[in-house]
Design a protein around this ligand. Structure first.
Ligand SMILES: NC(=O)c1ccc[n+]([C@@H]2O[C@H](COP(=O)([O-])OP(=O)(O)OC[C@H]3O[C@@H](n4cnc5c(N)ncnc54)[C@H](OP(=O)(O)O)[C@@H]3O)[C@@H](O)[C@H]2O)c1
Length: 280
């Protein structure tokens, strides 16, 4: 299916996505195209792998750490003059560092890309969203449980959860939906990099899921009313329990670290000898 340009928004609704070159985002784009969307991808490279010449994808080069670049990108989206049916915040960055040893650059990058940018992009595009439009935040279980060694990442994801919940209240009367997806570990370049740089064993209490599973859930959420989706769903129940009884965390932490360490060793072993990973 090939959309004319600028796309006819009745035939090919517009979806704006960040992180479209990443492990999860790239698969979300495939699903959006299959569903008939015209995709606007904001990426650092200015293109989405294997879709460089697709007429159904408008590529905008944009470093999401640079507010000026985001402002220019939103001007280009506005210039299309079409409603934005879906806005999917998928970009993210994690730099594991102890809180006693944070470096300013890494703090700024995580706060900007994971928190400030999704907030500003939403603000600048919200008036282009019609009734039935949907904002999706790809969040993390780090928005629910503490992640020792990655406190800044956790802080940004906690913050993003607060923004998404509040936004949902604000835009409900306009018929705009807001969803957040909270994955545990997902087998993408982000997890691999995180683990090579001292990421928390807590990631491996449950097995990493394949990115396609998260992409499918994001696309499913888009077809429904706004909601929060936890992956695996047992993490959601556990997370909600922790929100009610935060002291539970301290009691369970030794067991969780033991389980997570076993999982982490298995994951690193598989990646080192190139057997790939993702369990079914
Ligand atoms: N993987 C996991 O275990 C996991 C678990 C929970 C939540 N998540 C969340 O899932 C989302 C997607 O992550 P992923 O697993 O797909 O990781 P990924 O493969 O590393 O993808 C992350 C994407 O974010 C983009 N990005 C980072 N900084 C950027 C910047 N300054 N400007 C523009 N783009 C930037 C990256 O662009 P480049 O391609 O240019 O690097 C990449 O495409 C993130 O929000 C992450 O926090 C992941």
């Amino acid at each position: 299916m090939t959309a004319p340009f600028p796309p006819d928004s009745t035939q090919h609704p517009l979806a704006v996505i960040t992180g479209g070159a990443g492990g999860i985002g790239r698969l979300v784009i495939d699903g959006l195209l299959a569903a008939g969307y015209h995709v606007i991808a904001l990426t650092r490279q200015g293109s989405v792998p294997t879709l460089e010449h697709s007429p159904d994808v408008t590529n905008i080069r944009c470093d999401l750490g640079d507010p000026q670049a985001i402002s220019s990108a939103t001007d280009r989206i506005r210039a299309l003059g079409a409603p934005v049916r879906a806005l999917i915040h998928c970009a993210g960055v994690i730099v594991p560092q102890a809180a006693s040893d944070l470096d300013d650059r890494a703090v700024r990058e995580q706060v900007t890309v994971n928190l400030q940018t999704p907030i500003m992009l939403t603000t600048w595009l919200l008036d282009l969203m019609p009734r039935g439009g949907h904002v999706v935040f790809v969040n993390s279980m780090a928005a629910i449980v503490p992640l020792g060694g990655s406190s800044v990442y956790a802080a940004t994801k906690f913050g993003l959860r607060g923004f998404a919940l509040s936004l949902r209240e604000e835009v409900r009367s306009r018929g705009i939906h807001v969803s957040s997806i909270f994955p545990g570990a997902v087998d993408t370049p982000m997890l691999q990099k995180e683990m090579q740089n001292g990421g928390s064993a807590i990631n491996f209490v449950t097995l990493p899921v394949p990115p396609q599973q998260i992409a499918t859930l994001i696309l499913r959420a888009l077809r429904q009313r706004g909601k929060d989706v936890f992956v695996p769903s047992s993490d959601g129940i556990f997370g909600q329990l922790l929100l009610i009884f935060p002291a539970l965390w301290q009691k369970l932490l030794p067991i969780m670290l033991w389980m997570g360490e076993k999982g982490r060793r298995k994951y690193l072993r598989e990646h080192r000898n190139g057997t790939g990973t993702t369990p079914p």
